[in-house]
Structures are given as C-alpha cells and as structure tokens.
Design a protein around this ligand. Structure first.
Ligand SMILES: [Zn+2]
Length: 451
C-alpha cells in the first residue's frame, strides 16, 4: 500500500499569497498540506513517498472564478435558448468538468447553469460520482422582465436557459428561497441589462434598490452570498450599497464606484478573457470588427480603474467565462492571469494570487484552499516552467506534470474519445452568408471579413 504521506522536495514554490517564489518542500498527508518548508522536511516520516521537484514550480491549483460549466461552448444565445436539452447538457457537462480539471483548474464558480444542473454537478463531484474540480454554484440568474444581455429575446416571465424572469418582490423572494433550498452557494443577479435598440446608453440597472436590498437581506439571512453582473459605474455603486458580495465584470468604474467597492468590501471578477480572446484572436473565427472594437474599448476603458481597485486592497478574482465558443473549456483557464498582467499591470505573482488565494473567495472556501500553507487542502499543480517568467506557461498542458486535488493526483494522460457532431446542438450549420461577393473575394484571395 502507498504511504499516506508525500514529501515534494526542492520545488520552486509559489504559495499563492503573493509572496516571492522560494525553494521549499511540501508535505502532503491525506487530503491536506501538512507542512511547508523546513517543517515539512522535519515532520516527514521515513516511510513518506518522496517526489523530487527540482526545476519544477509547485503552486496552488488555478481557481476559475467565473465559468459556465453547462453551456458546452455555446456560440450564442440562440444555442442556449433553443438548442440545449437537459439530459445532453448534463452528459456534456460531465465530460467538460473533467477537461477543466486536467487543464490545472482545481476549482471554479459557476454563477448560473442551464436546467439548474450546477447543484447536481457539484454534488456528483463532491460524492465521487464523477471527477471534476471543486465547485461553487448559483441557480438561474435573476432578471426582471427588462432582461439581461439578450434584450428582446428574453420573455417577460418564467425560466429561459440560465435565467429566470421575475415580476416584483414576491416572485423575487420566492425564487431566492427556492435557490437556497436546492443548495446554491450564490444568488446571481443581472443588476444590469442591455437593450439592442438603446445600446449607445450602455447597460442599465434593471432592478429597484428596494428589490436589490431584499435579495441581499434574504440571502444573507441564510448565509448565502450574492453576486451581481454589473457594467457601468452607477450599477456598481447601487449593488455595493444593497449589500452585494461579488461584482461580476465591474467595468467602467468611476472614483465613486471604486469607493463603494472598497467601503462595502465586495470583490471583483472582471472576467475579461471573453473580450480579450475576441479582441486578439477574433480574426480566426471571422468575428466582426465592430464587435472586436466594443470589447477592446471595454478592456482599455476599464483596465486603469481595475488596477486602482487592486492597489486599494480590493481582491480581483480571475474568471474566464469558459463555456462559450470563444472560450472553450480546458484551453483558457490561465488566460485571465495573462490579461491581468498585460492590461492591468499586475505582476505575475499578483495575478497568480488573484487566481488562487482570491479565487477561493468565489469558491467560498477562503482559508480552506487557494494557498500552499499548512492545514489547507492539497490542491496543487506541478509545472515544468516558471510562470513568474512567463505566465502563459500555465496554459500549456504539456508542461503540467501533476494536478493534485485534495491530495489525490489526477490522471492526465487519458485520451478522451473524439467528439462528433450532436444533432440540433450547434447553431452555425453553414457559417457565413454565401454571397456572390464573398465567393469572388475568397477566390481572389481576400479575407472573408465579418458576418
Ligand atoms: Zn458569465
């Protein structure tokens, strides 16, 4: 039988607290980190298994503070609204959460899922039915009949995909209570929504202050926290004053909004990976230049205030919006760290802290995981490379030597069977509009352009 103790020696240790890397040993016993540094060497029993990590970096597993585990890389609202079925959504999610884990992501928050699947996924993982990262989950995203990001595609009432449309305080309170009953860790609220015919005004607050306070007071009375999708300074102020614990996006802040975030001790999950991917790599999928521009403006217009928030002591959490066609599972869980370094000006060690120690806030597991310290759960990565020198090494699977979840080393080499085309699952059956003009431009070797 294997010894219950594992001593990882000579590692380049990044502990997730923002402290500089150092050469150290880490002792794992059962599902926890027993000791770090000289104490690890001293406490290890002679029977402990030893792993020489010379030349490798040991760090906490990445926590993705914002992804959608049941969307199955959807190409847009149409797919989520009209092409998803509960059984198949659950089956694909089982495969996708394993893919997330083997990419080095040992925990994530899923704010809103299709068919309320998040709670069941989490319980299946926690009870060993399937393999996947630690999860914190929300239920359906709360919206008023004004809707969220899908404008008039949203109905006035009832459940639509990942959202529930609510009329008035009674319906809001009943839904919050229902979500608490089924086991949600978070209540997610679309504090803002956008209307296509009024896009120039940006996103607008769709709840009254009284409604927002009601949600927070009720959730908090059960020890459940509240996360708000907020774009724009006004919405961030309003959400903080109402008592929100987590601000999703938090873009376009002004000084007053920043002050409110600091005062009310909310944390921010900018989730800019979606925008960054479209902005930088959108050409590869023929994204329209107009859309690329909108996202470039959001990143460039928010970077300075977000980094100011970090300097003011507000935890920023790395979230990648994985689950859409531009952010497929398994590929981009490192990407928000790169965005934080490149656009927000954080150091690699600071970005790692946002994806580990601060990520545990989204997971609601502060002081349990997210750092390599005695007593924490042994959720760790061993990497052939140094993310302080090159943060993108965290996105290269071939460099991952070990993914450990609760002291258990995850099998990384398994090759999943190739996926085929699921009937009636994807929207883009034919691609771009095949105009004669497009044909002649393509034949002439010119780029196809947007659609
Ligand atoms: Zn999202």
């Amino acid at each position: 039988m294997e010894s219950a103790e594992l001593l990882i020696e000579n590692a380049n240790l990044i502990d997730g607290t923002g402290a500089a890397a150092r050469r150290a040993s880490v002792l794992v016993a059962g599902d926890k980190i027993q000791a770090v540094g000289a104490a690890a060497d001293a406490q290890a029993k002679p029977t402990a298994r030893r792993l020489d990590a010379s030349g490798l970096t040991l760090m906490p597993g990445i926590i993705d503070g914002h992804l959608h585990s049941t969307f199955d890389n959807a190409a847009g609202h149409d797919e989520l609204f009209y092409h998803r079925r509960p059984g198949m959504a659950a089956i694909t999610a089982v495969r996708n959460v394993r893919n997330i884990l083997t990419a080095g992501c040992t925990g994530f928050m899923d704010p809103d899922s299709l068919f309320d699947l998040g709670v069941d996924l989490k319980e299946a993982i926690n009870n060993g039915v399937i393999e996947g990262p630690r999860m914190a989950v929300g239920g359906y995203a709360l919206m008023t009949s004004v809707g969220g990001a899908a404008g008039r595609l949203m109905p006035d009432k009832g459940v639509m995909a990942y959202a529930v449309l609510l009329q008035g305080k009674d319906e809001i309170m009943a839904e919050v209570r229902r979500q608490i009953k089924i086991g949600c860790d978070w209540i997610k609220v679309h504090v803002t929504g956008s209307l296509a015919h009024r896009r120039s005004e940006g996103e607008m607050v769709t709840f009254t202050m009284d409604e927002l306070r009601t949600i927070c007071d009720l959730a908090h009375s059960f020890g459940v926290q509240v996360a708000g999708h907020c774009r724009g300074a006004h919405s961030i102020k309003v959400a903080c004053e109402a008592g929100f614990d987590q601000i999703i996006h938090g873009t376009f802040m002004d000084d007053e909004a920043l002050e409110a975030v600091v005062k009310h001790q909310a944390f921010l999950v900018p989730a800019l990976t979606f925008q960054a991917n479209l902005m930088e790599f959108g050409d590869a999928i023929h994204a329209s230049p107009g859309l690329q521009d909108i996202f470039r403006r959001e990143i460039e217009g928010s970077a300075q205030m977000l980094s100011k928030a970090y300097r003011a002591g507000v935890p920023l959490v790395c979230g990648t919006e994985s689950g859409f066609s531009v952010t497929p599972y398994g590929d981009w869980h490192y990407r928000e760290l790169e965005v934080f370094v490149k656009h927000l000006g954080l150091s690699p060690l600071e970005a790692i802290r946002c994806a580990t120690q601060y990520g545990a806030l989204a997971l609601r597991m502060k002081d349990k995981t997210g750092t390599i310290e005695a007593g924490r759960l042994a959720d760790m990565l061993l990497i052939d490379g140094d993310p302080v020198k090159d943060i993108t090494v965290l996105g290269r699977r071939e460099k991952l030597r070990m993914v450990m979840l609760g002291g258990k080393s995850i099998e990384l080499g398994r090759v999943e069977p190739e996926r085929g085309h699921l009937p009636e699952w994807r929207v883009h059956e034919f691609g771009n509009i095949l105009s004669k003009d497009l044909v002649s431009r393509t034949r002439a070797g010119q780029p196809a352009g947007g659609h």
